[in-house]
Structures are given as structure tokens and as C-alpha cells.
Ligand binder design. Structure first.
Ligand code: SAH
Length: 360
């Protein structure tokens, strides 16, 4: 892995929380209360140059300047789609590249962040799944994407929504993602309400259980995508380990323990999971759960022609039928598809990186 020049020798502070900052300052014999000040500079005020940390003693600033960096990564490139969605390629502080997406809808800004370089889950319809997993991102590399885009878009103190729906399986990188959740929701960090954060998972059961015990949880979305174990195992290999009944049991318990509802994401694949029987079974699975269903018409994946989305009319019909059955249901129309920024389209392709995604 190639390290950027700036981070070659120096310790990278970006992503550290108070205990780590306190430990680091301890090595300079600096009093612990400086860690809170440093924390605010890094995440609330986004001042990453030690010379700007004016409430720290000057001598400490000078020594820090020599020894540490605060490196959130950098923007490699941006591609703007016609609907205003922007796909960013972000070069990570620890080496490697991921993609992150900026979306605006009626003044509401949502950032879609990546949690891993690649992904190990290998869902059949997802482009990222074809890359395999290279590595987990650290908390600083995850919030770094938000910090870089916030700067680039001039968002300043405007609150935004975050969805952990970029490259990777967020619950596979549990520590990195929960670290990012804490930085994003801390009052002296990014200061976002936890309700602005949504984590989407393939359904890693033990990690969902663990999440239910976290004091600061994001909202939960689960990629269901099929209503029988036979089909779901074909589309999502993780289902062989954690089949639908086990997943549902876990989600019921999650809702009971936390009082939170959750979302089922359901990628619509024409002729595969969009039949009347599928819709009936989906309603059956969702009934009685505090769940909202989010239908996602399949976004075509370059070089992979096995799947197509249903027609617009059929998509609306499925939604109406589910609503008619008393379920809460919405459609996630693709955004940024012409910049290849839509769901399932994030991957590093064609000269975008040294390593092309593996074709199966
Ligand atoms: N690994 C997590 C986070 C990725 S979120 C997860 O799977 O939930 C990406 C969402 O987009 C998931 O709901 C996934 O099922 C969906 N998706 C993946 N590929 C897609 C595609 N080509 N078209 C539409 N949705 C897709």
C-alpha cells in the first residue's frame, strides 16, 4: 500500500477520539484538558494545521507541528451528474482510494460514505462486490470523506445526512464505522443528530445484536432483496450463514431492545424478485415489524448484463400493492446514474485505479 508523503513518518491525529488524544498529549506532558480543545479543532472547526490551534500553548503547538499531522485524505477527482449528484474519488490517508457521493434533494444534503476499500460480501448484483475486500477504513478515513466534501461544497455548519451505503459492508468494519458514528454525532465533533445517520447492512446477525447495545446508534437499514432463502442465498452469499428466519428474529429483538424501527431495502430485479408472489411474501415478512420498505430499482452495472430493473409502471405497482397491504413503502429512484454514482455502482473502474475489479 502506498502511503502519501505527508503521512510517511508523522502520526495521523485525524480520527482519534479523546482518550487517544489524551494519551498522545500525555507523551508531551501536556494536561489532559487540551485533548478536548484539540478534538474541537479537528472535527467541529475543521482546522487541521497545528499553527491554528490557538488555545494550546505555543510551545506545544510547535512540537506537535513537527511530529504529527491531521490528515483526512484528499479529493482525487469529482464527477458531477446532471441531477446535481457528485461522485468523489477520495484518496485515503492510509493509502488506497474509495468513492463517496454528495446528493441534494430539496435543500437536504446527504453524503454517502464508504467504509471499506472493496467488499468481502460478493452480492451478485453489486459492482463493489466484484472487487473483493482490500481493507477496512479507519474512523478518520470514513469521516474524512464527509469533512472533505463539506469543505468542497461549502456546507460550513449546515447539518447534513450521512448514509453508510458506499463501498463496503459497514458492520464488517464495526470499529471503524462506530468510531465514525461517534465523531459525527459528538457535540464537539460534527454535531449531527444520530437520526441523520443511516447504516445499511447485508444482515450480519451478531453485529446487529452488538449494535443494539450501543449508546449511540445510527438508524438501521437491512438489504433484504429476496423473500426466500433459496433466492437470497443465490443473490447474497451471506444468507447461507444467516438465513432469513434468523435475520428476522434478530431484527425483532433489535426493535424490542432499542425501540428503533428499521428499513428493508429491496433491490428490484426484473424477472428475479419482482413477481406477484415475491410481493406477497415480502408483505408477509414485513407484517408486524416496525419496518419501512425501500424499493430500489436495479441500477445497471457496466459489463454485467444479467439483471435489469422492472419498468417504471411495475415499480409503482409494487409500491402501491405494498401500501395497499398496509405497509410503509417508498421508492429510491436512482440518483447520479450518469456519473455512475448510484447504488451498487461504486467501484474503481477503467483507469480509475491500478487494480481493475475482478470479473467472474
Ligand atoms: N453493504 C451494505 C451497504 C451498501 S448499501 C449493504 O449491502 O446494505 C448499497 C445498497 O444498494 C444495498 O441495499 C444494496 O442491496 C443495493 N445495491 C447494490 N447493488 C445495486 C444495484 N446494482 N442497483 C441497485 N441497488 C443496488
Amino acid at each position: 500500500m502506498v502511503k502519501p508523503a505527508t503521512a510517511s513518518a508523522a502520526t495521523n491525529l485525524y480520527g482519534m477520539e479523546r482518550p487517544q488524544l489524551r494519551a498522545l498529549l500525555g507523551t508531551y506532558d501536556a494536561p489532559p484538558f487540551h485533548s478536548g480543545q484539540l478534538y474541537r479543532w479537528l472535527y467541529a472547526r475543521q482546522r487541521l494545521d497545528a499553527r491554528d490551534w490557538t488555545d494550546l500553548p505555543k510551545s506545544l503547538r510547535q512540537r506537535l507541528r513537527g511530529d504529527v499531522v491531521a490528515d483526512p485524505g484528499r479529493i482525487g477527482s469529482r464527477i458531477e451528474a446532471r441531477d446535481g449528484t457528485v461522485k468523489y474519488r477520495v484518496e485515503l490517508a492510509g493509502g488506497g482510494t474509495v468513492e463517496a457521493v454528495y446528493m441534494v434533494q430539496r435543500e437536504r444534503v446527504t453524503l454517502c460514505l464508504s467504509s471499506q476499500v472493496g467488499c468481502a460480501l460478493a452480492c451478485d448484483f453489486c459492482l463493489t462486490g466484484r472487487m473483493g475486500l482490500t481493507r477496512h477504513l479507519g474512523a478518520g478515513e470514513i469521516v474524512g470523506q464527509a469533512a472533505l466534501i463539506r469543505d468542497d461544497r461549502g456546507l460550513c455548519d449546515r447539518p447534513f445526512n450521512v448514509v453508510f451505503m458506499g463501498m463496503g459492508e459497514p458492520l464488517h468494519n464495526y470499529d471503524g464505522v462506530l468510531g465514525a458514528v461517534r465523531l459525527l454525532t459528538d457535540e464537539d465533533g460534527f454535531g449531527l443528530s444520530r437520526r441523520r445517520l443511516t447504516l445499511s447492512t447485508v444482515g450480519l446477525v451478531p453485529r446487529i445484536e452488538r449494535l443494539s447495545r450501543e449508546p449511540r446508534r445510527p438508524r438501521l437499514a437491512v438489504s433484504l432483496n429476496a423473500t426466500t432463502d433459496e433466492l437470497r442465498s443465490r443473490l447474497m452469499p451471506v444468507n447461507r450463514r444467516h438465513p432469513i428466519p434468523e435475520l428476522l428474529r434478530t431484527l425483532r429483538e433489535y426493535a424490542r431492545r432499542t425501540g428503533d424501527g428499521f428499513t428493508f431495502e429491496y433491490v428490484l430485479l426484473h424477472g428475479v424478485n419482482d413477481g406477484d408472489d415475491d410481493v406477497r411474501r415480502l408483505a408477509g415478512l414485513a407484517r408486524g415489524l416496525p419496518v419501512r420498505i425501500n424499493l430500489i430499482p436495479f441500477n445497471p452495472v457496466p459489463g454485467h448484463l444479467d439483471y435489469v430493473p422492472p419498468s417504471r409502471a411495475r415499480t409503482l405497482e409494487i409500491r402501491d400493492r405494498l401500501v395497499g397491504l398496509g405497509l410503509r413503502c417508498s421508492i429510491r429512484w436512482s440518483r447520479g446514474a450518469d456519473a455512475r454514482a448510484a447504488c451498487g455502482q461504486l467501484a474503481l473502474l477503467s483507469g480509475e485505479t491500478a487494480a481493475a475489479p475482478a470479473r467472474r
